[in-house]
Design a protein around this ligand. Structure first.
Ligand code: WQD
Length: 338
């Protein structure tokens, strides 16, 4: 069974390729290398002993996608990670996001609809919930007006897939990630943020490594126990394993709806200060930080109700925040000592 993983050299994509190969799937990766490097292939091979087939393709080129599916006509399962994902950048350059995140999704689905059957897993995000009313957040929490073009592309993407599966032989699963963090225990693959990290955990590990002077904590006046915002930080390996389980669910086709949605989180909320404390514990270092004003567009809290993923998908996060922070720190030290 050959599986296409778009964005397979990215942070979550590469960890998912490892878990797919561990389960015996043959993987072909499409990546445009805009936010990753071909060296990641070596990291994957170092872990699994298998070098995935890789094709450098810009998914905005419709003809390139058509050629790909002609060449790999035996691909009937797709895990679609490839997308632009920087919230701030999406505000400055919305059309880049609508073209790259929506246009490419349409081209992929146009290829899959020609097949007698196809399985499609979509990388979505808890960002579709905005600031949910009730914690923990269930999958039927209302999808709020997106806080950014990036978040909007995830909402629109879900709607496109939902409309398409109704009239094609495609079955789909939408996975709404909370906050993926950490790195593979081998330190062969991990997060490679470009430039100044926008996300909390890579900024923390770069500060710990001395690349950044101090962490800015964006706001301590939220209505949370310690005043800093709360998120559901989930180990990227747990996220990756969920993709394999979701794919197997689609391939087994047992009492499947045409499209299903699952939250991928630990079910536990952690504040920014708690993440800092976790880092200090696992690294035995004091993390310099200063309290700054809130960041535009941030929500106060977001953590997952994981009952559906646990009971229907049959998946549960196994790794703790400390384990995630320890793996992120080990990875940071590895890439700094290269
Ligand atoms: C987490 C918390 C910040 C940096 C985003 C996307 C989401 C998903 C994950 C792709 C917030 C605070 C951060 C810093 C800080 N991405 N923070 N100082 O915003 O929850 O989610 O990344 O799918 O779609 O929206 O993650 O890591 O940026 O922030 O205080 O230097 O850490 O204010 O409270 P976020 P994050």
């Amino acid at each position: 069974m050959k599986i296409l993983v778009t964005g397979g050299l990215g942070f979550i994509g590469s960890h998912t390729v490892v878990e797919l190969q561990n389960e015996g799937f043959e993987v072909v990766i499409i990546d445009d290398l805009s936010n990753s490097s071909e060296d990641v292939l070596k990291g994957i091979q170092a872990i699994t002993g298998k070098l995935p087939v890789f094709e450098k393709i810009d998914l905005r080129e419709k003809s390139a996608i058509q050629d790909f599916f002609k060449k790999h006509s035996d691909v009937t399962g797709v895990i679609h990670f490839a997308a632009s994902k920087a919230v701030g950048e999406s505000v400055e350059n919305p059309l880049l996001y609508y073209e790259n995140n929506i246009g490419t999704l349409v081209y992929l689905l146009q290829q899959l609809q020609q097949k007698p059957e196809a399985s499609f897993i979509f990388s979505s995000s808890c960002t579709v919930y905005g600031q949910a009313e009730k914690m923990p957040i269930t999958e039927d929490a209302p999808v709020q007006t997106a806080m950014s073009p990036y978040g909007n592309t995830k909402q629109i993407g879900e709607e496109i897939i939902t409309d398409t599966v109704k009239v094609t032989n495609i079955c789909a699963i939408l996975l709404r990630y909370f906050n993926p963090v950490g790195a593979h225990s081998s330190t062969e693959i991990g997060e490679l943020p470009l430039g100044v990290p926008q996300n909390l955990v890579p900024f923390i590990t770069q500060t710990g490594a001395g690349l950044r002077k101090e962490l800015s904590v964006f706001g301590n006046d939220y209505s949370t126990p310690d005043g800093t915002a709360v998120r559901d930080y989930i180990h990227v390996v747990d996220i990756a394993k969920a993709h394999v389980i979701a794919l197997q669910r689609l391939l087994n086709k047992k009492n499947l709806a045409k499209v299903e949605t699952f939250n991928l989180g630990t079910g536990k909320g952690s504040s920014v200060l708690e993440v800092i404390t976790s880092f200090e514990k696992v690294s035995n270092k004091k993390l310099p930080y200063k309290i700054m004003p809130r960041r535009e567009g941030d929500v106060t809290e977001a953590y997952a109700n994981t009952d559906k993923a646990n009971n229907v998908l049959g998946w549960k996060a196994e790794l703790s925040l400390d384990e995630a922070m320890a793996s992120a720190w080990k990875w940071e030290q590895k890439i700094r000592n290269k």
